[in-house]
Design a protein around this ligand. Structure first.
Ligand SMILES: [Zn+2]
Length: 482
């Protein structure tokens, strides 16, 4: 662990004197973030100020508040690169490029330090420990330099992607904060629910795509967008001068699709709406007032956020339905029902991928049968097993392991996605579709808004009359033969 201790700026002292340090007894168990940010096109930077009201929902007093600085994954000298070597050239389209968060000032705390495993954690030391049940209010002024990269955060080729751009409270468990390191594989993001109030100022030539409705106004030739999102794990945006908007509905839910190059946006919009409707029927109601999908430059196929998904502009027409179906399923298995994506990536990825198989089974017009979908996961998994066994003498087939244990994208995909599909297919074989869907409905309703453990998921199956704990265990511990 390396720590850089930084000086506290004068403004911090002034704001502390104004009583910013405490907001008394916590009225809610959600953090509340109020963020104002302005994007400067010439410098590719985002200047921002964030006020965060943080309730101590743990059972221990907190001497300091800790925040994840996801933007620091892009900094020069980061120990963990934001993408593996395999994707490096496709991601960094203009060659080497870097970005990071610079903390400009704080208020409501005595000092701050940037440290953690990879300069990924901002620690605000409080004047006195925050007791359980009490709330602290802090302000963080910061600037984010954006790398030129086709990634979740960065100036991409035809759009700007803004995800993980603000310091977000580290996941607060009963015994204190969890710190997560960035990973080039998977999504290391674990957050409780929070309320957001974001005001984003952009040059007026940009179109903003957001999951939640934006109130827009123009000031001095700039577009000011105000977005409120309540009870969500995070917020993300994309903006571009080239977005085209196609709108529709999934039942009563408005659905928006911002596209760049898609030659058939109406067709993609139909897949978005159909998948949203299917999952709502299969697993339980969609929680948010609208759903937005954006086509942007992204080195991965897609990425999920509450009420918002990114899909890559480099997908072929044939690939789009599968990526839309997968990302939309994450609204249930990530956005609504949270899990520890760092420790147990299979839990949301396996379910999102398996949910896609169910969607295609129920929509034969896409020409992808359930059995073909599962067979393709099986053959991909067996190919991985064979290659890894030959190369390394053995293949680590344990599913329930942290992102840091994977040796590459191929192993990660084979274990979290392909083996995940095979696991849920075997469960359906044993208990039937009715019990499988009943267990997943139970899982959604019991853990919506929470972080569910693998044991919580398994218990939902047991309570639905599906006695498959042994099957789960054999897959998760890498003991079954496929
Ligand atoms: Zn996924």
């Amino acid at each position: 662990m390396r720590k850089i201790i930084c000086a506290v700026l004068g403004s911090a002292v002034l704001l502390s004197a104004l009583g910013l340090t405490s907001c008394g007894k916590a009225k809610t168990d959600r953090c509340r973030y109020t963020i104002t940010a302005e994007y400067a096109e010439e410098t590719k930077t985002l200047a921002a100020s964030m006020t965060a009201k943080i309730p101590n929902t743990s059972s221990v007093a907190l001497p300091a508040l800790k925040f994840q600085l996801w933007a620091n994954a892009f900094r020069r000298g980061a120990k963990t690169p934001p993408v593996s070597e395999l994707f490096r050239r496709a991601a960094f389209y203009a060659g080497e490029s870097y970005g990071e968060t610079e903390i400009k000032g704080i208020a409501g705390a005595e000092s701050f330090a940037v440290g953690g495993e990879d300069d990924n954690i901002l620690t605000l030391t409080l004047a006195s420990p925050l007791p359980p049940g009490e709330c602290a209010e802090v302000r963080i002024d910061f600037e984010v330099e954006l790398a030129s990269v086709n990634h979740r955060l960065g100036v991409a080729q035809n759009a700007v992607n803004l995800a993980g751009f603000y310091p977000v409270l580290c996941y607060l468990a009963a015994d204190g904060f969890r710190e997560y390191a960035f990973s080039p594989y998977g999504d290391p993001f674990v957050s409780g629910l929070a309320d957001y109030d974001v005001t984003l100022t952009l040059p007026a030539s940009y179109v903003l795509a957001a999951g939640f409705a934006a109130e827009e106004s123009e000031q001095d030739g700039k577009r000011v967008s105000h977005v409120r999102a309540e009870g969500v794990r995070d917020v993300a945006f994309c903006f571009s001068k080239d977005f085209r908007l196609t709108e529709g509905e999934a039942g009563d839910t408005p659905v928006r699709y911002y596209s760049l190059k898609d030659s058939a946006p109406e067709k993609t919009l139909a897949t978005i709406a159909e998948s949203l409707s299917y999952y709502a029927d299969a697993f339980g109601a969609y929680a948010y007032p609208a759903y937005t999908v954006v086509e942007t430059d992204l080195v991965f196929g897609g990425m999920e956020y509450p009420a918002f998904s990114m899909i890559s502009a480099s997908l072929s027409d044939a690939e789009v339905p599968a990526v839309v179906a997968h990302e939309t399923a994450h609204q249930w298995w990530y956005s609504m029902v949270g899990s520890d994506q760092y420790a147990s990536a299979w839990q949301d990825e396996g379910l999102a991928e398996y949910a896609s198989a169910l969607f295609f089974e129920n929509h034969p017009e896409y020409g992808v049968s359930y059995s073909d979908f599962v067979a393709s996961s099986e053959s991909a998994y067996r190919a991985f097993f064979s290659v890894y066994s030959q190369l390394h003498g053995e293949a680590d087939t344990v599913m329930d392991r942290p992102l840091s244990s994977f040796t590459g994208d191929y192993e990660y995909r084979s274990i979290a996605y392909d083996k995940g599909v095979i696991l849920f297919d075997r469960i359906r074989d044993v208990v039937g579709e009715k019990k499988l869907l009943s267990a997943l409905k139970r899982y959604k309703s019991a853990y919506e808004g929470k972080i569910a453990s693998p044991a919580d998921l398994i218990a939902c199956f047991t309570r639905s009359g599906a006695n498959v704990k042994g099957l789960f265990d054999s897959f998760l511990q890498g003991k079954c033969v496929i």
